[in-house]
Write a protein that binds this ligand. Structure first.
Ligand code: NAP
Length: 250
């Protein structure tokens, strides 16, 4: 079992889905946990209550990570509350879909700003504190679609592929300073982002692609993230773990 005792973990997009499961898993492993969210305060409060029920400290911060000031605000508030951030999980993301020829500039920009620039802004804000302490673990939530591409999700796949380049570059830049940067690339995971697809023909086709007929749950992804946050993963730098049910094999 990975141990995060005495660690502070910030999970962006922690109000729902993979982020909420990661926040609870990190608290179960012993961390105090801060979650970020954009709009859904009730959901965020429920995750905070779940973390406190586990005997850990928790706080929720509303901020838009696609805005550099929002990303700086969330990091500052968490550092002011807990004194440090040992683990940063860049999880907040959106997935609208459009054929490329119909894709508006605004939709393209919103996806890139949230899914790629957001992790850059949050990491840039959290790194100085990690560098001062000489330790930290950053985990980017990428996607299987970064590895295989997907029709009508070109912006999403591009943003998530960009995250893998960001991950490897940061891992090389800061590994010698005690900071590890890795990625997790989930496959189709049942959350608010995907639930509407499960019982469609497209969902059934995607299930049929998997070696075992089961879509991963958010907790499956959270387990990989908590491992990367922990000292059990000290040999992992710039790596991508793939809790995808076998939908993509490297
Ligand atoms: P989800 O259930 O839709 O939750 C998205 C989370 O991100 C929510 O907490 C939301 O906050 C937050 N968020 C969105 N935009 C934000 C912004 N601009 N600023 C701050 N917070 C923002 O999504 P999910 O399925 O758990 O996905 C989590 C991550 O995993 C995403 O990066 C997604 O791309 C990735 N992923 C998901 C799957 C999948 O199949 N589900 C597969 C591969 C990768 P509010 O609650 O306030 O709206």
């Amino acid at each position: 079992m990975p141990d995060l005792t005495d660690r502070v973990v910030l999970v962006t997009g922690g109000s729902r889905g993979i982020g909420a499961a990661t926040a609870i898993a990190a608290a179960t492993a012993g961390a105090d946990v801060a979650i970020g969210y954009r709009e859904q305060a009730v959901a965020a409060d429920s995750v905070v209550a779940g973390i406190r029920d586990l005997g850990r400290q928790a706080v929720a911060v509303q901020a838009d990570v696609s805005d550099p000031h929002g990303a700086e605000q969330i990091v500052r508030e968490v550092e002011d509350t807990f004194g440090s951030i040992d683990g940063l999980v860049n999880n907040a993301g959106i997935m609208p879909s459009s054929p490329l020829t119909d894709m508006s500039n605004d939709e393209w920009t919103a996806v890139l700003q949230t899914n790629l620039s957001g992790p850059f802004y949050c990491s840039r804000a959290a790194l100085p504190g990690m560098l001062r302490r000489g330790r930290g673990s950053i985990v980017m939530i990428s996607s299987r679609l970064a590895q295989v591409g997907w029709p009508e999700l070109a912006h999403y796949a591009a943003s998530k592929a960009g995250l893998l380049g960001l991950t490897k570059s940061m891992a090389r830049e800061y590994g010698s300073a005690g900071i590890r940067v890795n990625a997790v690339a989930p496959g189709f995971t049942i959350t608010d982002m995907t639930r509407h697809i499960v019982d469609t023909d497209a969902g059934r086709r995607r299930l049929a692609e998997l070696p075992a007929p089961r879509f991963p749950e958010p907790e499956d992804v959270a387990a990989a993230v908590v491992f990367l946050l922990s000292d059990q993963a000290t040999a992992f730098h710039g790596q991508t773990l793939n809790p995808n049910g076998g939908g993509f094999m490297q």
